[in-house]
Design a protein around this ligand. Sequence first.
Ligand SMILES: [Zn+2]
Length: 193
Amino acid sequence: MNSHLRPIPADFYAFDTGQPFTRCLVCKADLLTGEVDYFIEKAIRNYPEHKVTDVVYEYALCWHCARDMNGKMSTESQQNMQDYFSRQHFFRQKLATYNNLWPSLNGSYVPDQCVITGQPRANLEEYMIYGHFRGDSMVVSSMPFLLSSQAMDEVSELLSRKTIEELDGFMGEYFGGPPELEELWKPRRPVFF
Ligand SMILES: [Zn+2]
């Protein structure tokens, strides 16, 4: 087995099919051929008292479309995000330990705590997971990671008005629908890296 590729954890399967994502949300490229790397983002809501989890939104984006989205982020937003992440000590420590962690693991890895705040996943009402994939595998890298809703809110506040409008346009185009649904995702804007 290629040491840089691991099986895709079920946490990153598409909710509807219970199988890996097959298409890029935007350009519809076939992701399972392995010709182009892709990223998956899922926002999840936890109802611990009912032992239920719900997917607020989820998508796979090929490398090209992710790069296009990144390019739409304003310079101000990009700078703010860079500054923010370089200030996060827990995050920096976590990245440093990833390199040691991977070789010691047999299979895949799904983070069990927020990469910014360290809050355990089981205690979070809402969080997002993000990972890097190739074909039917997960790519070993500084991902996947998990962001608590608290960290997501902090990141949202770093974005310029222009970037927020871009992201709202993106989400509206692909996930728009009843106002109740928009209320769910509006405060939880996706994070592109
Ligand atoms: Zn694409």
